[in-house]
Design a protein around this ligand. Structure first.
Ligand code: TRP
Length: 469
């Protein structure tokens, strides 16, 4: 019997902040608006909301339950219940590496824009778009910021995640929220903003294809930190008296509100400035500075606060990704925390450099038709997370004991969860079928079919070979 107590969150609010901190990040503010922009706006957003609120909450409750039941991170949690399922946990660790292949690049952009806000970026609003393009394709500058961002992750996770990062999040997450409301208020009152609101809220299903559904599903998993064992790992540090279902509900609602708010901040302004909605990954770095530029001197201050808050939101998310790898090395390989962090971080330095350079000098190097940055992004978001969520649902529904689940979610019968049966049937029957349909339709209508099939092949190979891990 081990007598060492598992690390635990400092307090109830500590866990909620950490889980919300993991969920709210670049996924909401950088990724959600540009995915919505590229996928036609309102119809995508409606599908996204349905997926987040039905599939997302259910999967989050499941991940918390698996983590707290086993008190182990992804790989160990699956393995301790059924050895044949080890691969699903390993897939999660691989997903963490892949997401951390590109996430720190964008985190670095956010850091860079704090400084750029005070060094003249806002003084010529016509040049803001070109400045972004020049910045991310530069071989040195974004690389340095990416390394700074990764170093912050490594320093935080080496100390254990409950601590400094919790405190920073407690102040800066609410700041970010308030700031987004202010930006949204400015954005919707610009002349010509109405077209942006139509784009966001008047659904046009004529352009919806299988790829739209897959993009919305992937975005929901990405934004809620689901489908790769992150919330299993965070749940494993969770006290036995916490209410899993209400925590999952709060985190999902918070995360979804931040994404919607980011949309309302960006699209009305975008249309007011006469720009195209499908501008891609530069969206938030181009539109938001333009809003600030139009405010005059005070805009510089707002811009600094915004990008500080964005960088912190990114940091509270990326540490949760690094933690998935580190917790695996600690739980399964019995490594020390520091050794685990430096090893995983070292690998991420290499992948981050490749991803950053792939937007500039290395853009000629492609795999399955896409560069390194997109390779990591598309593979995780469009395949690994969705399939990871499907595997988790099948595992919980068909390989875990229903009584155990009820016991875990109701804290041994001490709290009520009136929706237990609905949740259980969703997870056991509806969600696996729904994800499978979306994945098949998506793979058939997406451009990068080769990459998708490669991703599926990776999962099959893992399933065959990972029993020894
Ligand atoms: N949810 C985070 C965001 O929106 C990113 C993230 C953190 C994540 N942990 C994750 C995505 C686990 C998928 C899985 O920025």
């Amino acid at each position: 019997m081990e007598n060492k107590q598992r690390e635990n969150w400092g307090s109830r609010i500590g866990f909620l902040m950490a889980a919300a901190g993991s969920a709210v990040g670049l996924g909401n503010i950088w990724r959600f608006p540009y995915m919505a922009g590229e996928n036609g706006g309102s119809a995508f957003i409606l599908i996204y909301l349905a997926f987040a609120l039905i599939i997302g909450i259910s999967i989050m409750i499941s991940e918390f339950a698996v983590g707290r039941r086993t008190e182990l991170s992804a790989v160990g949690a699956y393995q301790s219940i059924n050895r044949n399922w080890t691969f699903a946990g390993v897939l999660g660790v691989l997903s963490a590496f892949f997401i951390m292949g590109f996430y720190p690049v964008v985190g670095g952009w956010a850091l860079a824009y704090i400084l750029k806000s005070v060094t003249g970026l806002l003084s010529n609003s016509a040049a803001i778009g070109d400045a972004f393009g020049a910045f991310i394709t530069n071989p040195i500058e974004p690389l340095i910021w990416m390394l700074v961002f990764l170093a912050m992750n490594i320093a935080i996770v080496a100390k254990g995640i409950a601590g400094g990062i919790e405190k920073a999040g407690k102040v800066l997450m609410p700041t970010l929220f308030v700031l987004l409301i202010l930006i949204a208020a400015r954005s919707v009152t610009l002349p010509g903003a109405g077209a942006g609101l139509d784009f966001l809220f008047k659904p046009d299903f004529s352009k919806v294809t299988g790829a739209t559904y897959l993009a919305a599903l992937g975005q929901a998993f990405f934004s809620l930190s689901l489908g790769m064992g992150c919330m299993i790992t965070y749940g494993s540090y969770l006290g036995k008296s916490e209410n899993l279902a209400s925590n999952a509900f709060i985190v999902t609602v918070l995360d979804t509100s931040v994404a919607l708010l980011a949309g309302i901040a960006i699209f009305p302004a975008l249309f007011a400035f006469g720009m195209e909605p499908a501008v891609g990954a530069g969206l938030v770095f181009v539109v938001v500075p333009q809003i600030f530029a139009a405010m005059g001197g005070i805009g510089v201050l707002f811009s600094v606060i915004f990008f500080v808050a964005l960088a912190v939101a990114a940091l509270t998310s990326s540490v949760s990704l690094l933690e998935v790898v580190v917790a695996y090395l600690i739980d399964q390989r019995k490594w020390e925390r520091k050794k685990s962090v430096y090893t995983a971080g070292g690998i991420m330095v290499v992948t981050g450099i490749l991803a950053s350079l792939s937007l500039g000098v290395m853009s000629g190097f492609t795999m399955f038709g896409v560069g390194v940055f997109d390779f990591f992004d598309i593979l995780t978001d469009k395949i690994f997370l969705a399939i990871g969520g499907l595997l988790l649902a099948v595992f919980v529904g068909w390989f875990m004991d229903k009584k155990d689940l009820e016991d875990e979610i109701t804290n041994g019968g001490t709290i009520k969860f009136g929706l237990f049966n609905i949740w259980y049937n969703l997870v056991k029957y509806v969600i696996p079928v729904a994800i499978a349909i979306v994945a098949v339709m998506g793979i058939m209508s997406i451009e990068q079919t080769g990459l998708m099939l490669f991703g599926l092949a990776v999962i099959v190979v893992l399933a065959i070979f990972s029993k020894k891990l």
